[in-house]
Design a binder for this molecule. Sequence first.
Ligand code: TRP
Length: 336
Amino acid sequence: MCEENINAAPKRVLSCIQPSGMLTLGNYLGALKNWVAMQEEFDCTFAVADLHAITVRQEPAALRSQIYSTYAILLALGIDPEKNTVFIQSHVPEHTALSWLLSCNTQFGEMSRMTQFKDKSAKHPENVNVGLFSYPVLMAADILLYKPDFVPVGADQKQHLEIARDIAIRFNNKYGDIFTVPEPYIPKAGARIMSLQDPAKKMSKSDDNQNSWVAILDSKDDIIRKFKRAVTDSDAVVRMADDKPGISNLITIYSAVTDKTVAEVEREFEGKGYGDFKLAVGEAVADTLAPIKQRYDEIIKDKKALETLYKEGAQKAEYVARKTYFKAMKKVGFVL
Ligand code: TRP
């Protein structure tokens, strides 16, 4: 290893999660578990993207409790607020402020092509608000303020990260070197977890069928019941295969929570029926989530301590965000 590498500052990572409803096992295995791992290697900034949540209607009391709950889950998972910057997006006003500068440098046409906007406006035709349309610009501001080298995103957010890169490049070309152009971070092990009731669909908390998803905070009984009811096929062989999406999804989940390879899982359940396997998956998931839930229950009880942490997080975040924001303002020609 060369000297430079040893002394180099750790690379910066940024990601955010929306506080819309319960976080699921899919969020955990697909994204959050990686956040926990990344803090060992990178300088991480993580936020609860509460401003993004109101692009769809939210009941105020529910939104408030979900913001608390999402922040507390991040801590319960083991994300260290001392080592990283962990904050609530709306506490740092530079996000909305920078998003205005970026909006005026983003074309209507390119926003119109965003597939998530098309999907969401089709799903909520009664509330196709301007925020829903410009959501990717706010997301670009979230990212660019902190100059991250990497942004871990799932497949559904890749297009938004692309546009954030385009906006950064264009802005830099026009006004000078202001933003870092971030790379997508594809984690080594990020599992795509599907619905337990319809394995063709991604596991989602917005699914009306409650049996299709497991919440990080579900009780052991609920978790086991949901896995027992998981949709499988009639072949009764525990094997990963394209024509066995239900079982394949369960194998993916079991492998992710036990850190066993797919081959090891298949061997472990050779000659055993689906009943045994589903129970084993349910128990392994419940065992993984139980300590998280236990820590969460402790953390959420102490609102004062939580408040201290999110306020400190916001201060740390704003220190970085302000610098980038004012630099951008100055370059655009505003009087400071
Ligand atoms: N839009 C993302 C989602 O719904 C959340 C998000 C907001 C985000 N700002 C971000 C993700 C910045 C990565 C970087 O999942």
